[in-house]
Design a protein around this ligand. Structure first.
Ligand code: NAD
Ligand code: DAU
Length: 357
């Protein structure tokens, strides 16, 4: 079986990918994660005792460590999930995003290149570096504009998006200049189990259950294209297997929703699953001051991966959202663990000046 070096595998999408990869025996996995606030090793607890899974705590910027891991485990592929991933945090601390998302990716590329160049020819041909990127690099769409294709020019608006765009350019340059066999995926908003509650969907579920306000930025009419995380993971593996070297692939949910509509759907599900007497969770909805520079609409045209590789999302938004809400309801221990002091501090920083805590 092949070996994949996964970075950022203790976070939301990386952990879902690793769990699926081990369950379906896609590959042996080495997981390199710095264990920032967004990570949780409990996400991978079920892999305890799995001889084909290794966890290493460390930073993708640590060239010496990455060189060592590549020599020691001889992976056939690297999938770079590691990133600072929250737009709101990037507005407060853009430098952290530059450090991991740009400089970290550059270090990982440098180590990958030296490792790949020294591989025997057969292994060189098989090797892939897969960069997990985002639709946010394309900027924002007006309502009437067509969805982003792979040919859209980059126009990142937030510090987070700018850092991901910069990283993507380095990946492209490593392919163009050194021939490193790279692949890049630009995916829309993910949702599902294990997502850190700073992001919209888990934040709303957990605030509602706690009887707290449900903060909606601006007028709630911003649009995102939601994809269930397992569909994203399946797309990543398919691209790793069959994607054309040097190319980029958009991955999307074919599922555009306004934020207000997402929040209302969660409220109706909770009304059914955890009913309260004479009260709908939607009464907690509170419009709050907008995110600075808030992108109005993202939409992904994923016809390339659908026609060339035969992928399509399997989960409907209703079924995926129900699974997600139920997962948070059934995992109170996980929820209590992520509600750390540091997270409370973040909530204060982001929401206090919006009139709610
Ligand atoms: P996340 O914030 O949940 O997890 C990120 C993980 O990376 C954490 O475990 C963290 O500890 C680790 N990490 C951070 N800095 C690191 C470093 N310097 N070295 C090693 N590990 C480090 O993020 P996520 O939502 O799982 O996103 C994963 C990737 O997918 C990111 O690259 C993100 O840009 C991209 N992406 C996310 C979405 C989404 O909706 N969540 C959509 C498209 C693309
Ligand atoms: O599009 C892909 C991107 O999706 C990923 O690259 C990012 O890593 C991921 O965080 C996500 O970015 P968003 O900014 O779209 O996700 P977030 O969950 O933070 O917000 C979704 C929408 O909800 C957005 O329009 C802002 C709004 N929002 C968010 C929060 C946290 C609110 O209205 N209220 C909130 O409290």
């Amino acid at each position: 079986m092949s070996t994949i070096l996964v970075t950022g595998g203790a976070g939301f999408i990386g952990a879902n990918f690793i769990l699926l990869a081990r369950k379906l025996q896609w590959a042996n996995i080495v997981n390199l994660d710095k264990l920032t606030y967004a990570s949780n090793l409990e996400n991978l607890a079920e892999l305890k005792g799995d001889k084909n899974y290794r966890f290493v705590q460390g930073d993708i910027s640590n060239l010496e460590l990455v060189n060592y891991l590549l020599q020691e485990y001889q992976p056939n592929a690297i999938i770079n999930f590691a990133a600072e991933s929250h737009v709101d945090r990037s507005i407060f601390s853009p430098q952290d995003f530059m450090q991991t998302n740009v400089a970290g990716t550059c270090q990982l590329l440098a180590a990958s290149r030296f490792y790949w160049q020294k591989l025997p020819l057969e292994q060189q041909k098989q090797f892939r570096f897969l960069q997990i990127s985002t639709d946010e690099v394309y900027g924002s769409l007006q309502l009437e504009e067509p969805a982003f294709t792979e040919d859209n020019p980059y126009a990142p608006n937030s510090p987070y998006a700018a850092s991901k765009a910069a990283a993507d350019h380095f990946v492209r340059a490593y392919h163009h200049t050194y021939g490193l066999p790279t692949l890049t995926t630009n995916c829309s908003n993910n949702y599902g189990p294990l997502q850190f509650p700073e992001k919209l969907i888990p934040l709303i579920i957990l605030n509602a259950l706690a009887g707290k306000s449900l903060p909606i930025y601006g007028d709630g009419q911003n649009i995102r294209d939601w994809l269930y995380v397992i569909d994203h993971c399946a797309a990543i593996y398919l691209i790793l297997q069959q994607g054309k070297i040097g190319e980029t692939y958009n991955i999307g949910g074919l599922n555009e929703q306004t934020n207000l509509s997402v929040v209302e759907k969660i409220c109706y599900m909770l009304d059914e699953l955890v009913p309260q007497l004479n009260f709908s969770y939607s009464a907690l909805i509170t419009f709050v001051p907008d995110r600075p520079g808030h992108d109005r609409r993202y939409a992904i045209d994923c016809s390339k991966i659908m026609t060339e590789l035969g992928w399509k999302p399997q989960e409907s938004f209703d079924s995926g959202l129900r699974k997600t809400v139920e997962w948070y309801l059934h995992n109170p221990l996980w929820v209590s663990q992520v509600h750390s002091e540091a997270y409370q501090k973040w909530l204060k920083q982001n929401y206090e000046n919006r009139g709610i805590v």
